[in-house]
Each structure stands twice: as structure tokens, then as C-alpha cells.
Design a protein. Structure first.
Length: 98
């Protein structure tokens, strides 16, 4: 499931395309800002770009990738530029080290 993957899994798929399964929309993973790791948690974000022609509201989406599989990601619109809308999926996980 996509929601269970780690930063490194996604880093290997930068600049690849993801499909929203409930609607005919394709997103490209364009950025992986550096992750933050503390003794208590790991935090990272995925930044996707979609078309300027289709705005996606903030919500949970079914999404799939040919290599990573499928799952659900909560996408939040964060910007609009000349290339299209940008969306963020944020992860904040408790550390297993305790």
C-alpha cells in the first residue's frame, strides 16, 4: 500500500507518473523535500504536479503506480504555476525505536 511506503521507496520513483483510480487524472511526482527524523518521528512530503485543466480538491484519493502499487493518499493543493497544479501528500510517522 502506498501509504505504508517510506521516503526511500518514493525517492526511487521521482519524476514518474501516478494514476488516480477513481477519476481519469495523472499526477507526476516532482519533488521529495528532505525528510526530517527525530527520536520520536519521521516526517516527509511528496509533491505532485497535475494538469492546469483539472483542479483536485483536498481529500483522500485512491492512487496507483506501476511499480509501487496502489493505495490511498491524502492530497492537498499547494500551488498553481505555469505547468499546472501542485499537490502535497504529507507523512508523519512515529518512530519504531522505542
Amino acid at each position: 500500500m502506498l501509504e505504508d511506503l517510506n521516503y526511500e521507496d518514493y525517492a526511487g520513483e521521482l519524476n514518474t507518473r501516478f494514476q488516480l483510480t477513481e477519476i481519469a487524472v495523472e499526477l507526476e511526482l516532482i519533488e521529495l523535500p528532505p525528510k526530517t527524523v527525530t527520536s520520536a518521528q519521521e516526517m516527509f512530503s511528496l509533491i505532485f504536479r497535475g494538469s492546469k485543466d483539472k483542479f483536485l480538491e483536498q481529500k483522500l484519493y485512491q492512487i496507483s503506480h506501476e511499480k509501487l502499487g496502489g493505495g490511498e493518499l491524502f492530497l492537498v493543493p499547494i500551488a498553481l504555476d505555469a505547468d499546472g497544479y501542485k499537490y502535497e501528500a504529507a507523512f508523519n510517522r512515529l518512530s519504531d525505536s522505542e
